[in-house]
Design a protein around this ligand. Structure first.
Ligand SMILES: NC(=O)c1ccc[n+]([C@@H]2O[C@H](COP(=O)([O-])OP(=O)(O)OC[C@H]3O[C@@H](n4cnc5c(N)ncnc54)[C@H](O)[C@@H]3O)[C@@H](O)[C@H]2O)c1
Length: 699
C-alpha cells in the first residue's frame, strides 16, 4: 500500500440508472443489476485498497450517481473546487460532497451559480503536476477555467470535447505517470489535439482505438506504474506494457450503463502542490453587443453557433426582445475562448455578423506597417463585403472601397481615412489593421418583412419552371425600376449565353438601355461575333442547331478578322460586325471589359491578358452598380462577386446549383440565385420586360 495516496469512493448502495443524461444511459434505465454493480465495485475497491488508502463518503438516497466520486470536485493540495453539476438530476449531490470536503479540512471553493463544472471528471492534473488539463463542451463551461487557475494557482489548458459519448474529459483522456498520456484523439477538436501534441511528445502519447475508448480504457486509475481499468485490447495492453505500465483489468460493465468506469468511481484527494508551478491561463473573455432583427434574421443563432463551432463558449448576459414586429432586439453576449488565437478567429466572424464591442470595451484599431511591397503583416484583418467602420483616435471612420478579401489600410495624416486594399497594392510604410480591435461592420437590419420582399423568395436551389417565371418577373420589375431611375445594371456573361440562343435577348437588353456595362471573357465576344458574321457559334448553326462542315474554323476566322481591324469597335464601324451583343455595346456606348484567361484563342485585341489590369477594369465598371446580372460564367461571376460590396443586388443564373449557391450564399438578402438554362432565362426576361412596357398587348 502506498500510504501517501488517498482515494475517495462511494459504495453503490443506491446506484441505478434512474434517468438519462448521457448517451450511455439511453435504453438502460433500471436495467443495471444492483448485485452485479456491488460485486464489480467491490472488485475495484479491493484492487485499489492494496495500493492506496480508500476513503468512503456515505451514499445518499435519491442521488444514484453519487457513486461517481470523480465528480465531487477538483482537489489540489488542501483546496477543492466543488462541482456545480450541469444537470439538475445530479445537483443534489453537491451539499453531501461539500460537507465531506469541509469535514476533512479542505478549503472549499464554490463557483457562481449557473456556471457548470464537474470536478475531476472534467479536470485532470498532469501526473507530474505541471499543469491542469480542463475539458469543456458538454458538462463544464469554459468560463469556469479561469476560476480553477485562480483558486488552484496552476496553469490550465482547455480542451474542447466534441463527441457526446465522451462527455467528460476523463472518459477519453488520462494523463499517466512519467509524462505518458492515454487518450482518444477523435473526441477532441483540432485546436485541442494541437495543444495536446504541443505539450506531450509523440513518444509519450498513447492514442487508443474506438473499441478501447468505448470500453472506457481512458477511464483509468493510475497509481505509480499500475493502470486499473474496465478492459483493454491486447494491442493496448502491449502498448502500455512497452511504456512500463502493468494493466489491471476489473470489470465495471454495470457502471458503463451510466457512462462511467474506474476513474469515474474514484477521486484522488491527495494531489501534491508543486511550489514552483503557478497560475497561468490562456482563456480569454469578451463581451459583444448585437442589435437588429436578431431572431427574425436568425442572427443570434448564427452568432451563438459560430462561437461554439469556433471552439469558444458563450453566456447570453441579456436579451431585449423588440416589442413590435418591426422593432429591433439587442443582446449582450459574453464570449469565452481557450486562447487568444481562437478568440480572434471567433471575433472576426462575429464582426462580420455585425457584433460590436460593448461601449466600455471599445478600443482603437491596432495597425502594423507594411515592410515589404505587396505583403501584409501576418495577422492582418481580412475585409468582407459588408460596410465596415474602424475606430481611429476614438472616432469611427468609414472604410472606403469596401470589398472582400482585402486588407484595410489607414491613413492618419490629417483626418484619418481607411480603405480596403488588395495585397498586391500594399506599399512599404502603409499602415495595415491587424487583429480585430476597433473594427465593426454595419449590417442593414433584415427582418422577416424585408426578407419577404422582392428578392427574398428566390433563394438558391433548383428552380421549377413556374418558380423561374416568378423570379424573372421580379428581376424584370427591378431592372425596369433601375433603368427608369437612371441606375446601373452590370451584366457578366459567359459564352453559354450565345450557345443557348440567349445572344439575341442580351442584345435586346443592351439596345433597350437595361445594361450599363458588360463584363466577360474572350469567348463570349468571339462567339457572339461569329454568330453575327457567320451564323454559327463555335461552328454550330444557331438556327438549325447542327454543326456546319468546317465550322470549327469559324471561331478563329472571326478572331483573325477582328484582329485585322484592331478592335471590336473598329470592326463594328467598318460594318463587319452588324448585330449581336458586342455590336449593341459599341453602338450604344456601353462600356465592356473582356478579361483574358488561359483558355483564350487569339485573343481578340480587346481581351486584356494582363489580369491585374483586367481586374482593375472590372472593378471600375462595377462601381456604383445597383444590380449585377451574372449569366453562366463561373469564372467571371465569382471574380465579380469577390469585388462587389454588400448592398449591390446580385442575380446569378447558372445550370449548376453549386455555382449559384456559392454566389448567392453571401449572407445578404441582396444576392439570389436562379438555377436554370440561361437561354430560357433571358427569353423569359425579355417577355416580362415587354409585358411591363406594353401591358395590354400581352395575354
Ligand atoms: N476559345 C476561347 O477563347 C474560349 C472558349 C471557352 C472559354 N474561354 C474562356 O474561358 C473562361 C471561362 O469560360 P466560361 O465562363 O465559359 O466557363 P466557366 O466554367 O467559368 O462557366 C461556365 C458556366 O456555365 C454554366 N452553364 C453551362 N451550361 C449552362 C446553361 N445551359 N445554362 C446556364 N448555365 C450553364 C456552367 O455550369 C458553368 O458554371 C472565360 O474567360 C472564357 O472567355 C475561352
Amino acid at each position: 500500500m502506498t500510504s501517501e495516496i488517498r482515494i475517495l469512493m462511494c459504495a453503490p448502495d443506491h446506484y441505478d440508472v434512474d434517468y438519462v443524461i448521457n448517451p450511455w444511459m439511453e435504453g438502460n434505465v433500471h436495467k443495471s443489476s444492483r448485485d452485479r454493480a456491488v460485486e464489480q465495485w467491490q472488485g475495484l475497491f479491493q484492487v485499489l485498497k492494496d495500493r492506496a488508502i480508500v476513503e468512503l463518503v456515505k451514499p445518499e438516497k435519491g442521488v444514484p450517481d453519487m457513486v461517481f466520486t470523480a465528480n465531487a470536485g477538483l482537489v489540489l493540495g488542501k483546496e477543492v473546487v466543488l462541482s456545480r453539476f450541469f444537470h439538475k438530476e445530479r445537483q443534489g449531490e453537491e451539499p453531501f460532497f461539500k460537507q465531506w470536503f469541509a469535514d476533512q479540512g479542505f478549503t472549499v471553493h464554490e463557483l457562481p451559480k449557473d456556471l457548470p463544472f464537474e470536478g475531476a471528471g472534467d479536470a485532470l492534473l498532469d501526473r507530474e503536476g505541471r499543469w491542469l488539463w480542463a475539458g469543456y463542451g458538454f458538462r463544464s463551461e469554459l468560463d469556469s477555467h479561469p476560476y480553477l487557475a485562480k483558486w488552484l494557482d496552476i496553469e490550465v489548458l482547455s480542451l474542447r470535447l466534441m463527441d457526446e459519448r465522451f462527455y467528460h474529459l476523463d472518459t477519453c483522456f488520462c494523463p499517466l505517470a512519467n509524462g505518458y498520456l492515454l487518450y482518444y484523439p477523435p473526441a477532441f477538436d483540432s485546436y485541442s489535439n494541437r495543444l495536446i501534441e504541443m505539450r506531450v511528445p509523440e513518444a509519450k502519447r498513447i492514442p487508443i482505438s474506438e473499441p478501447d475508448a468505448l470500453n472506457f480504457a481512458c477511464n483509468t486509475v493510475n497509481i505509480g506504474t499500475v493502470v486499473v481499468m474496465n478492459k483493454a485490447s491486447d494491442e493496448l495492453k502491449r502498448r502500455l506494457s512497452a511504456a512500463g505500465f502493468d494493466v489491471v483489468e476489473t470489470p465495471l460493465t454495470e457502471f458503463l450503463k451510466a457512462g462511467g468506469a474506474a476513474k469515474c468511481l474514484t477521486l484522488r484527494t491527495t494531489e501534491p502542490v508543486l511550489a514552483d508551478i503557478h497560475a497561468s491561463g490562456t482563456v480569454e473573455s469578451r463581451i459583444v453587443r448585437m442589435e437588429g432583427h436578431l431572431l427574425d434574421a436568425g442572427l443570434i443563432n448564427q452568432a451563438l453557433d459560430l462561437i461554439v463551432e469556433g471552439g469558444g463558449s458563450f453566456q447570453v448576459l441579456n436579451f431585449n426582445l423588440g416589442e413590435q414586429r418591426q422593432s429591433t432586439s439587442s443582446a449582450e453576449v459574453k464570449v469565452t475562448a481557450p486562447s487568444h488565437d481562437v478568440m480572434e478567429a471567433i471575433m472576426s466572424q462575429l464582426i462580420d455578423l455585425g457584433a460590436l464591442p460593448r461601449m466600455d470595451e471599445q478600443c482603437d484599431i491596432i495597425w502594423e506597417p507594411v515592410i515589404q511591397d505587396g505583403v501584409a503583416p501576418d495577422d492582418f484583418y481580412v475585409s468582407t463585403i459588408y460596410p465596415t467602420e474602424v475606430r481611429v483616435s476614438g472616432e469611427w471612420v468609414q472604410v472606403q472601397k469596401q470589398r472582400m478579401d482585402g486588407a484595410i489600410a489607414v491613413d492618419m495624416t490629417g483626418n484619418p481615412t481607411a480603405a480596403c486594399r488588395l495585397l498586391r497594392d500594399l506599399k512599404v510604410g502603409d499602415r495595415v489593421i491587424v487583429g480585430v480591435e476597433g473594427i465593426r461592420t454595419v449590417r442593414k437590419p433584415e427582418s422577416r418583412d424585408t426578407r419577404s420582399q422582392e428578392f427574398s423568395f428566390m433563394g438558391a436551389g433548383v428552380s421549377s419552371e413556374r418558380r423561374v417565371e416568378l423570379v424573372v418577373e421580379q428581376i424584370a420589375w427591378e431592372m425596369r425600376q433601375i433603368r427608369d431611375h437612371g441606375g446601373k445594371v452590370v451584366v457578366t456573361a459567359g459564352p453559354v449565353v450565345i450557345h443557348t440562343g440567349g445572344g439575341e435577348h442580351l442584345s435586346h437588353l443592351v439596345r433597350e438601355g437595361y445594361v450599363q456595362a458588360l463584363l466577360g471573357g474572350n469567348a463570349i465576344a468571339v462567339h457572339d461575333m461569329e454568330q453575327s458574321m457567320l451564323g454559327t457559334s463555335l461552328g454550330m448553326d444557331m438556327k438549325r442547331g447542327v454543326s456546319v462542315r468546317g465550322g470549327h474554323r469559324h471561331h478563329l476566322k472571326v478572331i483573325n478578322i477582328v484582329r485585322r481591324y484592331g478592335s471590336i469597335a473598329k470592326a463594328v464601324e467598318a460594318g463587319v460586325v452588324t448585330s449581336g451583343v458586342m455590336y449593341e455595346c459599341v453602338k450604344n456606348n456601353i462600356p465592356f471589359s473582356l478579361a483574358g484567361s488561359i483558355r483564350d484563342d487569339g485573343p481578340l485585341p480587346d481581351t486584356e491578358m494582363d489580369l491585374i489590369k483586367a481586374q482593375e477594369a472590372y472593378s471600375r465598371l462595377i462601381e456604383g452598380a445597383d444590380l449585377i446580372l451574372m449569366l453562366s460564367s463561373m469564372l467571371h461571376s465569382i471574380g465579380v462577386g469577390n469585388m462587389t460590396p454588400a448592398g449591390v443586388k446580385m442575380v446569378c443564373v447558372d445550370i449548376n446549383p453549386a455555382v449559384v449557391t456559392k454566389l448567392s450564399d453571401r449572407g445578404s438578402v441582396e444576392s439570389v440565385g436562379v438555377v436554370t438554362d440561361v437561354g430560357l432565362f433571358l427569353s423569359l426576361l425579355i417577355q416580362q420586360l415587354d409585358r411591363l412596357t406594353y401591358p395590354y398587348q400581352v395575354a
